[in-house]
Write a protein that binds this ligand. Sequence first.
Ligand code: NDP
Ligand code: 8X3
Length: 257
Amino acid sequence: MLKDTITLITGASAGIGTACAEAFAREGSRLILAARRADRLDDLATRLHDEHGTACHLLPLDVRDREAVAAAVAGLPDSWRNIDILVNNAGLSRGLDKVQDGDATDWNEMIDTNIKGLLWMSRAVLPGMIARDRGHVINLGSVAGHQVYPGGGVYCATKFAVQALNQGLRLDLLGTRVRCSAVDPGMVETEFSEVRFHGDTARAAGVYQAFPPLQARDVAETVLFCATRPPHVNIQEILVMPTDQAAVYASFPRGVD
Ligand code: NDP
Ligand code: 8X3
């Protein structure tokens, strides 16, 4: 179903974004891979080409940089311009501080990446989709866009914002054939916690010891499910959780093997 489609994935250099690239490559999509770490994008493109014959176009960029995003999308070669699917996945958390102790740099990074980055990408890609009357935006939200946990106020606020943007976008796109889906995972074992704890790998590893978390491929399969429905079906929102996590702050401490 995705053969020869063009899928742009932000945050393709790690975690869920890399897993989405792998899943969409298996289905025959051509991929535009975006993230800041160009070396990782290079390695991924080489691997996907070797394993699946996937054609990849690399966009090394910072989604927070509005002008760079606009220029990168506007400057795509003709054969890569007609983007069918945009996976707005780039995102991060920083810290677990109470608001009264919070760090402005951490806040700016989360807000600028998770909300504004998603907006800059959507603003750059959507006009083409609307002109072609064809396309699909799939936004990575989170269970943190449904429930707030202690110390997560600002990160959760960014994911609540993504929820609102999903709803707004669906209203704005009504009357076009452009779809907007939200995939909202619970805990996924990726580099997310290492980034949250500013490179403290021991603390980050501890996050994933309490119970079996989701793996990036579990989320990628959910994203792929959204992307492969028939054109008259729009999956508006999927909340996908580890079995041992009932709510963002309620889990069963089974441990992992
Ligand atoms: P990772 O840290 O493993 O990957 C994050 C990706 O986002 C990286 O590829 C990173 O690339 C990219 N990224 C971050 N900032 C920027 C930026 N300014 N410009 C471009 N790319 C950027 O985390 P995950 O894979 O877990 O996270 C992916 C998404 O899933 C995020 O939106 C996150 O909020 C969401 N999510 C994660 C959950 C989890 O438990 N892991 C649960 C629910 C949602 P680079 O550094 O190379 O730029
Ligand atoms: C990431 C999930 O619960 O770590 O969005 O905030 S959580």
